[in-house]
Ligand binder design. Sequence first.
Ligand code: CA
Length: 232
Amino acid sequence: MAESRTRVLVVEDELKVADALREGLEGEGYEALVERSGESAFFRLTTEHFDLILLDLGLPGRDGLQILRTLREHGIRTPVLVLTARDALQDRVTGLDAGADDYLVKPFAFVELLARIRALLRRGRSAESPRLTLGDLEIDRIARKVMRGGRPVDLTVREFELLEFLMRYEGQVVTREALARDVWKETSRTTPLDNVIDVHIARLRRKIDLDQSVKLIHTIRGVGFMLREGEP
Ligand code: CA
C-alpha cells in the first residue's frame, strides 16, 4: 500500500505566492492545498485532516492571528508555521501566544521553508511518543520519569509538566504567557504568574542543569525560555 502523503494547507491570499508554494511543496512530495481566506481555511480545517498549516498573517477579513487563535480554541493542534512580512519582536510574541509553532519572515528561501516544515513534522511525531529525549535528557510521559545522563531526576508534578511542555517545543521560544495558559491552565491575564513561573524554572534548572557542562534550559531575555542543547 502506498504511504499516504503528508498534507499541508497553505493559507495565503496572494495567488502567485500561494501557487508557488503549492507547486514547490508538490514537487517535494507533499500534498498541498490552498485556501485564500482565513474563513475558508478555518472551515476546511474543521472538516479535514492536515499534518501542517502554512499561515500567512496578512489575510483579508479576519487576519492570520485571529484564525490561529480560533483554531487553538477549537482544540485544533495541527502544527502552524506562520509566514509573516512583519518581523517585529512583538508580532512574534503575539503569534507564539496565539498558538503558532514557528515563524518564517518573508522573503524566505524555499530550502529554509522545507527545513522548518521537516522540523515541525518531526516534532509533531515526537509529541505523540511516550518518550522524549534531548541529548542525555530523557522523559517518559507515561511513567512520568525523568533521567539525565542515566540518573533519575526527581521532579514535582508541576515541574514535570513544565519540562514536558518545554520539551515538546524544543528549540522554540516558549513565552511565560504560554506557560501560564498551557501548564498552569490560567487563562485570566489579571492573575500574573511570572514570578511563580520563574521560581519553577529556577528549580527545574537546578535539578536538570546544575553541574552539567551542557545546559538545556535557557532564558530568552524579555521573551521567555527555550529548551535546547547549548546556548541558543
Ligand atoms: Ca497575504
